[in-house]
Design a protein around this ligand. Structure first.
Ligand SMILES: [Zn+2]
Length: 105
């Protein structure tokens, strides 16, 4: 089975530090089909993208922009992106995982 895992797994607030899959994607990885795994790999590697990340300019995929009803980021705890270069545009997995978790009062 194909996997983007590079053996550097660390849960960084819902995103794996090594492969940048969400915990959701890691958990369902063995259950989904080869085609869906392929699609997630494309997103991870920037082969499929909707825009450039406003912080690092790497290609990234927002599933909502692509016409999906939900996005991979929905499974993550809310981040504080108020210091982002452009908060109207989604950050890539790498940059998002570096942001501090929002504190809810
Ligand atoms: Zn980025």
């Amino acid at each position: 089975m194909k996997s983007p895992c590079i053996g550097a797994c660390k849960n960084q607030g819902g995103i794996c530090k090594g492969c940048h899959r969400t915990m959701d994607e890691i958990v369902k990885w063995v259950q989904i089909g080869e085609e869906e795994r392929e699609a997630i790999m494309d997103k991870l590697l920037g082969r499929m993208s909707t825009h450039a990340c406003p912080e690092c300019n790497e290609p990234m995929q927002c599933d909502i922009s692509a016409g999906e009803s939900s996005c991979w980021c929905f499974s993550l705890p809310t981040r504080d992106v108020s210091d982002s270069a452009d908060s109207s545009v989604c950050l890539c997995r790498k940059c998002l995982s570096k942001k501090a978790l929002s504190v809810s009062y």
